[in-house]
Design a protein around this ligand. Structure first.
Ligand code: NDP
Length: 246
């Protein structure tokens, strides 16, 4: 299998860790960003104990200048980024009539504008090497909307618009661009939801449980594989049957 250089944003989070682990175990050279050095070091040590070596670089995906230096550091250490997973994300939930401008902007900057900030820094090298894999980690709530998440749903839906445009522009350069839209996965982001709300969510999932981060990582690895060259501009919904639309 060809070993590639992969950058997973938000690789220290619940889903990100599973993606980093999966790609590293496939033999890829994997990098991720961090914001808090102490937290990052504890995470890196845990990965090292598993035998996984990850290059860690400071970076805030909502900040274009930070993304530029982050990608240059990854290139210098591991070579040009060939696989990019735009995974970092946040929520700032509240109903729209109470939503502040800061809550709107934080979510749009971290989930959607980040796709511009990071992808813009890797796209030229992918085009010149005529190979690339880009995956946006969107959300079920970008597909169906969600009470209390106008900011998040708008940003996540926007990520797929980004995907399908980029897929068209770059198909002739051997670059595929796809979206993965997870349903509710048992990470910190979802465990922060009150238990009674979580129980109601699980009751709506035909498979009858929350997803596992590894189940998202498996799909990401599939889309980033050499054999997935003809899959581009798609949105892969992985949600236990919770939402079966586009
Ligand atoms: P986590 O909260 O566990 O992890 C989020 C990661 O993103 C962390 O590593 C965090 O770093 C990083 N991050 C947040 N903001 C920034 C920033 N400005 N710059 C750089 N890194 C940042 O979330 P999940 O693993 O659950 O979610 C991963 C992705 O999957 C997100 O995009 C989320 O929206 C999406 N998703 C998750 C679902 C779920 O059920 N969990 C469902 C659908 C989609 P730090 O530690 O520094 O905060």
């Amino acid at each position: 299998m060809t070993q590639r250089t992969a950058l997973v944003t938000g690789g220290t989070g619940g889903i990100g860790t599973a993606i980093v682990r999966y790609l590293a175990r496939q033999g890829h050279r994997v990098a991720t960003n961090y914001r808090d050095a102490a937290k990052a070091e504890a995470w890196r040590q845990a990965m090292t104990q598993e035998g996984i070596d990850v290059f860690m670089v400071q970076g805030d995906v909502s900040d274009p200048a930070s993304c530029e230096s982050m990608v240059r550091e990854v290139e210098a250490k591991l070579g040009p980024v060939e696989i990019l997973i735009n995974n970092a994300g946040i929520t700032r939930d509240t109903t729209f009539h109470k939503m502040t401008y800061a809550q709107w902007m934080d979510v749009v900057n971290t989930n959607l504008n980040a796709c511009f900030n990071v992808t813009r820094q890797v796209i030229e090298s992918m085009r010149s090497h005529k190979w690339g894999r880009i995956v946006q980690i969107s959300s079920i709530n970008g597909q169906k909307g969600q009470y209390g998440q106008a900011n998040y749903a708008a940003a996540k839906a926007g990520m797929h618009g980004f995907t399908i445009s980029l897929a068209q522009e770059n198909a002739k350069f051997g670059i595929t661009v796809n979206t993965v839209s997870p349903g509710y996965v048992g990470t910190d982001m979802v465990m922060a939801v009150p238990e009674e709300v979580r129980e109601k969510i699980v009751a709506q999932i035909p498979v009858g449980r929350l997803g596992k981060p590894e189940e998202i990582a498996h799909a990401v690895a599939f889309l980033t594989g050499e054999e997935a060259a003809w899959i581009t501009g798609t949105n892969l919904a992985i949600n236990g049957g919770h939402y079966m639309g586009w």
